[in-house]
Design a protein around this ligand. Structure first.
Ligand code: NAD
Length: 477
């Protein structure tokens, strides 16, 4: 059993009450580590320490290029420890080691990319009409940034937020999910090793409603970047509004994956499978609504079943496993409950539909056909390996169904018709539209949600603006 402490002000510490909580391996269902539990007092200490580091420590006067150099060293350290970091996260949240292998190789790119932007944050000299006056603008770090992450991708989401915030010159406090704190604490070891000044990067662990909420409402928190559920996002947004804090929200989705009759069906089947079954469906971008043109519906479902039935379910630590466990017991129960909801709503179960006994919390890859978009199974985020198949007649109907959701995170479109590609990309209300692919991502491209899927963007050049504030300076000469 491993025992993790929190990382506050450059020191490894217990929580103020000395309490700990367990973190559980979702494959075995057994605890494998304990984590120091943070309290409101620890949250306050972390924010105050970060605030002080931005004012009086070496971070306050460090040049932008020196900040960038530190971030590059963090990228190198992540590269050197990539395999280990991936294994820790797989053990903690059950994501396939094969998927983690890809993710951890990608993590350093966030550091290198934002390191490159650190010394390109420029101000402007706007022309002013009054003679004898001069105006210039400065883009300054916004202040202490709190980064709150969910359990499905703590490293990927955490490193993205942290790299952007540090490049901007902020100090950060990360609050990982209570279900998956270990990989973020391993990241903190690397931050310590590469020599960031104390207080610039902090990790506080514990439950969202107490320590997470305390971080958000602390008066010295200037920015909250939250990734998690719609419910959590709303709570955080309301609390942040009381203190006029800047907020980025990356929330849930119910993404449509739309296949037209002129699509390359081999590619579309693969896209539909990876769209919903990667990470056992526990991804915000899961293509959980599969919209099929009526003329290809039956043959597509047949092909999908043939493909999905062969999926190897089991130990996420094995390279050839294709479907791993569900990360937490509440999530496991929620998915099984939704399967019952779909049955009771009249959706037709054609694959799976229950628990799998290969390990602790496993749900079979599940497919429902004859789904009506008004059913709960088509409207609510299941966050599991459950696909709803919906038939459509024509392009217009496909657009109407795709947009008939309170979410707007992502969408897939499969067609060979170039005019349709652009029409669909324009018409779909979502932050990301993939055409003839699904899940493509890059640290260089903005990622964010429309409607209830969130506010603001992460990744890409403009994301750094969310960690800056602009000051206008007037000089009367
Ligand atoms: P969650 O909202 O329950 O928790 C997310 C994080 O917020 C956790 O660290 C939790 O402790 C914390 N938290 C919860 N309530 C809080 C509060 N009142 N104040 C401060 N912090 C609080 O979400 P989850 O179950 O961990 O994650 C799954 C959800 O995340 C899904 O809805 C998924 O779609 C979403 N998600 C979105 C993206 C994206 O980029 N849009 C990426 C991954 C996951």
């Amino acid at each position: 059993m491993q025992h993790y402490q929190m990382y506050i002000g450059g020191r490894w510490v217990e929580g103020s009450t000395g309490e700990r909580f367990e973190t559980i391996d979702p494959y075995t269902g057994k605890p494998w580590a304990t984590i120091a539990r943070g309290t409101e007092a620890d949250a306050a200490l972390a924010v105050e320490t970060a605030h002080a580091a931005m004012r009086t420590g070496p971070w306050a006067t460090m040049s932008a290029s020196a900040r960038g150099a530190l971030l590059r060293r963090l990228g190198d350290a992540i590269t050197e420890n990539a395999k280990f970091l991936g294994e820790v996260e797989t053990r903690d949240n059950g994501k396939l080691i094969a998927e983690m292998g890809l993710q951890v190789r990608y993590l350093p790119q966030f550091c290198y990319y934002y390191a490159g932007l650190a010394d390109k944050i420029e101000g402007t000299v706007p022309p002013v009409e009054r003679a004898g006056y001069f105006n210039y603008t400065r883009n300054e770090p916004i202040g202490v940034a709190v980064a709150i992450t969910p359990w499905n991708s703590p490293l990927m989401l955490g490193v993205n937020k942290v790299a952007t915030a540090l490049a901007a010159g902020c100090a950060v406090v990360v609050k990982p999910s209570e279900f998956t704190s270990a990989s973020t604490l391993e990241l903190a070891r690397l931050v310590e090793k590469v020599g960031f000044p104390p207080g610039v990067f902090n990790v506080v662990c514990g439950y969202g409603q107490d320590v997470g909420a305390a971080l958000v409402r602390h008066p010295k928190t200037a920015k909250v970047s939250f990734t998690g559920s719609e419910h959590g996002g709303r709570t955080v947004y309301e609390a942040a509004a009381r203190g006029f804090k800047s907020v980025t929200l990356e929330l849930g989705g119910k993404s449509p994956n739309i296949v037209f009759d002129d699509a390359n069906l081999d590619d579309a089947v693969k896209g539909a499978v990876s769209g919903i079954f990667a990470a056992s469906g526990q991804t915000c971008i899961a293509g959980s609504r599969l919209l099929l043109h009526e003329t290809i519906h039956d043959q597509f479902v047949e092909r999908l079943l043939a493909y999905a039935k062969t999926a190897r379910i089991g130990n996420p630590m094995l390279e050839d496993t294709q479907v791993g466990p569900v990360t937490t017991p509440p999530q496991y129960k929620k998915i099984l409950d939704y399967i019952e909801v779909a049955k009771s709503e009249g959706a037709e179960l054609v694959l799976g539909g229950g628990a799998s006994d290969v390990g602790e919390w496993f749900v079979q890859p599940t497919i429902f056909t004859n789904v009506d978009n008004r059913m709960r199974i088509a409207q609510e985020e299941v966050f599991g390996p459950v696909l709803s198949v919906i038939k459509f007649r024509d392009q217009e109907e496909a657009i109407a169904i795709a947009n008939d959701t309170m979410y707007g995170l992502a969408a897939g479109v499969w067609t060979q018709n170039i005019r349709r590609m652009f029409t669909m990309a324009n018409a779909i209300e979502a932050g990301t539209v993939w055409v003839n692919t699904y899940r493509a991502a890059s640290y260089t491209t903005p990622f964010g949600g429309y409607k209830n899927s969130g506010l603001g963007y992460e990744s890409g050049v403009n994301a750094i603006r969310q960690y800056l504030k602009t000051k206008s300076v007037w000089i009367n000469f």
